[in-house]
Structures are given as structure tokens and as C-alpha cells.
Unconditional design. Structure first.
Length: 485
């Protein structure tokens, strides 16, 4: 790789940049061969333009990141930070002539403190690696994006990612206590704390979460941990309509105003107000795709499948109560797992959803619209209308407990007309989400894909304020330009 870098064509500008970077970086950390750097050009989003980076840098230390940013500032070269490039909004896409700053080599877990219930990590740590490491100490790091086996903590922080457990435990932002950030000019900023409480000054830590590398480069994170919960148990409920499944979601989450339902073994319990560790929904298109891919034997008459889980001391009792609510909402069948193995079997269909939908046409656009729970049925009904209007297959899987839907547009990327319809339907879905009082992204970020929609959501004053924040941190505009707005 070093030889190919040396042999790569060099113009004066690229040569100067490379030489300056090599003054503070080992040779193996600086890549310029176009055949190599091209692999770093984009993330996993569709319809997002990507440029050709001048160089890819893979630092291992904070000092090396500082050197990169000082060099970029002096030469006025844009810098695009990257993690595992598993994002779905184009936030990690390169721009022409930029430095791609890949942080995957900064992958150390620096500290795990069972007493303080924190972990201190570098940005390249894989989410699943951290989760397994803290589990050995009886602790739990809740954020669990579907790509947790490959996505990095730095990427999770950059996009403000979520996961299946958000309904109970919340998203990444709620677990980031403090950050070390290299600013555009190479200075090192420390924000936040490692204490359980702290309200000193503006909350700059939260500002960096979801900023997609546009304000600074996260090089260290202090993360909050929780005690490891009991093993969760899962329930699956089949419904004759998506509306009925969404009604069940509202019944489960509603905290008052319903009569108590009789429980098995006698006694009563107020309907609703439950706190499941997982509450996921799959529409009929997604169920069919999973059946076609994995032959799971889900009934073809299933219009919607709802999965609920509890990790409480008595999950069976909670599932029984939720099962009764599902039946009251019209569920045709309710299956409750008895142990962890059965729970994993029930969750398999949900884990296969995106893979199965991708197999329908070969390419997908995964939307990320979050609406109030009370509008979940309207969202699913609207997506069905949009699919019919554009003649496309659009499956919906959702983190139903927090209203975060993932309408997934299936299309043939080689068909120009179908690709056009896919993009138009994607935009119409986002418009529907805003109309229903929602947001254009719940966990995937804005990036390139949704920056026009961010302006519509936050309005001109909000956009002006966000640009002012960007100007304060990055006056030269070299950090991930062209993203967000």
C-alpha cells in the first residue's frame, strides 16, 4: 500500500498536502492511491453524490488528528471524518480534493468503571465490542443500531443513532457524558463530565452529538452505562391490519384513561403504561419479503406483525398483560416466548427485515421518519398510498414504541425511471412525516440526503442559528462541507 501511494500520480497541490501530512504521520497512515482512496468515498446511502478524496488518513492518536487539522487549516483543505461508513444519509461522503479522516484505527476502550458506571472509549470502537466488554462487568451500554456489529461509537455520536431498545433506554445522545474534540484549527476541546450530574455552562457535549463531524472531530468519549438487565422475553402478535397493530401500540404505551383488563391468575392491572425494552412493527410487505427470503412460515394473511419484549424481573407477567392488550386491539394470534432461545427465534424476522427488502429489487432507500405514536397508523396508511401512486414496493419496519418508522423503498438502480420514482416517493414520505407532526430523521442523520428537508423542518430562523453555530466552530468551513445545510 505504501508503494502504491508513492507510485500514484501527484500534482503540485496533492504533493504539498501529502508531504505536509507525512511530516506528522507514519507513512502507512497516509493513502493516496486512487484505487485505495476510492473505497472511502461514500457511505451506504443511495442518491448521494460523492467526490474523489485527495488523501485518506488513518490516525491512531489524538496528536495525529491535531496534526491533520492544523495542516488542513493552513492549506484550506476540507476534511471529511468517517467511521465505518455504515451510515444511510451520505454524511460520510467525500468531497473532491478532501482529506478523508478515517478514525477506525483509534479503537481502544480506555476505561470501564463499574463504580462510576462509565466507559471511556476512542471513536473507532465497534458498538458491539463495547457492549460485550461492559457486559463482563455486569454493565450495559443500551444504544444498539441494527449495524452494531460494524458501526463505530464515533459514527453513532456523529449521527445521533438509536436502535431497537430506544423505547425504554433512549438514544446515543442520552449516554454521552463528555467528549474530547479536535477543533478545525487543531485545538483540543474537552466538554462535559464523568460525574452522574453536571450543569456547568452550555451543553457543548450534546451539541456535538448528531453534528455529523461538521463542528469538530471526536477523539474520546465518556459514556454512561447501566446495570445489566435481566434476559428479555419476547412476544409476537399478528394483526389483520396495520391500523390494528398501531392501535395496540397506543394501548400499550398509554398511561391512563383505560379500564383495567383481567389478568391470568386473577386480579387486575391498569391497561397500558408499560415500558417494554423493545416494541417493533413490520407491515405486510416486510413480512412477505422475510417469508420469501427465509421461509419462516409467517401466515400470508398477516397484515402486520408486532414484537414486544420486556427485561423486567417478571417479563412473563408483563408480556401476558401486553398480549391481552394486543387481543383487545384485534390481534389474531399472540405467541409468547418461554425462554431466551424462543425469544431470539421470534426476533429473527425483524432482524432480517432490511436484508429481505433489499432482495426484492436489489437496491433500497431506507427512510427514517419519526412521528408521534398517535400518528403511527396514519403514517403507515400514507406510505401504502405513496407506494401505490408510484408503482413501487415500499416495506415499513418501525421502532413502533417511539414512532420511528423506516419506510424502505425497493427499486432497480439500473432502471432510470424506477430510480426517479424511488427518489420522488422518498421525498413524499418525508413530507408526510412533517405533515403528521414528525421529523425527517430519528436516528440516521441528515447528511447530503436530507439537507433540503432539514431547512423545511427547522425553518429560516432555525437554519440561521445553526449556521451561526457552524461558523463559530468552523469559520473556514472545512469540516465536512456540504452536509446538513
Amino acid at each position: 500500500m505504501i508503494m502504491s501511494r508513492i507510485e500514484a500520480p501527484r500534482d503540485e497541490a496533492t504533493g504539498t498536502l501529502t508531504d505536509r501530512l507525512l511530516a506528522g504521520l507514519p507513512a502507512e497512515a497516509v493513502l493516496t492511491d486512487p484505487d485505495v482512496t476510492g473505497a472511502y468515498a461514500h457511505d451506504m446511502a443511495s442518491f448521494c453524490p460523492a467526490g474523489a478524496p485527495a488523501v485518506v488518513v488513518l490516525p491512531r492518536t489524538v496528536e495525529q488528528v491535531q496534526h491533520v487539522m492544523r495542516t488542513a487549516t493552513e492549506l484550506r483543505v476540507p476534511v471529511v471524518p468517517q467511521g465505518a461508513r455504515s451510515g444511510l444519509s451520505g454524511a460520510a461522503n467525500a468531497s473532491d480534493g478532501c482529506i478523508v479522516l478515517s478514525l477506525t484505527k483509534m479503537d481502544r476502550i480506555l476505561e470501564i468503571s463499574p463504580v462510576d458506571r462509565i466507559a471511556v472509549v476512542e471513536p473507532g470502537v465497534i458498538n458491539a465490542t463495547l457492549s460485550r466488554a461492559v457486559e463482563e462487568h455486569g454493565l450495559y451500554y443500551p444504544p444498539d443500531p441494527s449495524s452494531w456489529e460494524m458501526c463505530t461509537i464515533g459514527g453513532n455520536i456523529g449521527t445521533g443513532s438509536g436502535g431497537l431498545c430506544c423505547v425504554k433506554y433512549g438514544v446515543t445522545a442520552e449516554y454521552v457524558l463528555g467528549l474530547d474534540v479536535v477543533l478545525a484549527d487543531g485545538r483540543l476541546l474537552s466538554t462535559g463530565r464523568r460525574t452522574a450530574k453536571g450543569v456547568a455552562g452550555y451543553d457543548l457535549t450534546r451539541l456535538f452529538v448528531g453534528s455529523e463531524g461538521s463542528l469538530g472531530i471526536v477523539v474520546r468519549a465518556v459514556l454512561a452505562l447501566k446495570p445489566k438487565p435481566p434476559q428479555q422475553l419476547v412476544l409476537a402478535a399478528e394483526f389483520p391490519s396495520a391500523a390494528a397493530a398501531c392501535d395496540a401500540v397506543c394501548r400499550i404505551m398509554e398511561t391512563k384513561g383505560r379500564e383495567a383488563l383481567p389478568q391470568k391468575g386473577g386480579g387486575g392491572r391498569r391497561a397500558g403504561g408499560h415500558v417494554p425494552s423493545l416494541l417493533e412493527l413490520m407491515d405486510r410487505t416486510t413480512v412477505k419479503a422475510v417469508n420469501d427470503l427465509a421461509r419462516m412460515g409467517l401466515p400470508e394473511t398477516t397484515e402486520a406483525l408486532l414484537l414486544a419484549a420486556f427485561d423486567t424481573p417478571d417479563p412473563a407477567a408483563d408480556l401476558a398483560a401486553v398480549g391481552a392488550l394486543c387481543e383487545a386491539a384485534g390481534a389474531t394470534e399472540v405467541v409468547q416466548a418461554e425462554d431466551a432461545a424462543e425469544s431470539e427465534m421470534l426476533l429473527k424476522a425483524r432482524r432480517l427485515s432490511l436484508t429481505a427488502l433489499e432482495a426484492v429489487k436489489g437496491t433500497t432507500m431506507i427512510d427514517d421518519v419519526c412521528v408521534p405514536r398517535s400518528q403511527l397508523a396514519a403514517m403507515l396508511e400514507g406510505v401504502e398510498r405513496i407506494a401505490a401512486k408510484y408503482g413501487l414496493t415500499i416495506g415499513v419496519c418501525a421502532h413502533a414504541g417511539d414512532g420511528n418508522t423506516h419506510p424502505t423503498v425497493c427499486f432497480d438502480a439500473a432502471d432510470d425511471d424506477e430510480s426517479r420514482r424511488a427518489r420522488e416517493s422518498f421525498d413524499e414520505i418525508m413530507a408526510l412525516g412533517l405533515e403528521l407532526g414528525g421529523t425527517i430523521t430519528g436516528e440516521h442523520g441528515v447528511g447530503v440526503l436530507k439537507k433540503e428537508w432539514l431547512a423545511r423542518e427547522i425553518g429560516p430562523v432555525g437554519l440561521e442559528m445553526q449556521r451561526a453555530v457552524k461558523q463559530a466552530f468552523d469559520p473556514l468551513g472545512i469540516l465536512n462541507p456540504g452536509k446538513l445545510f
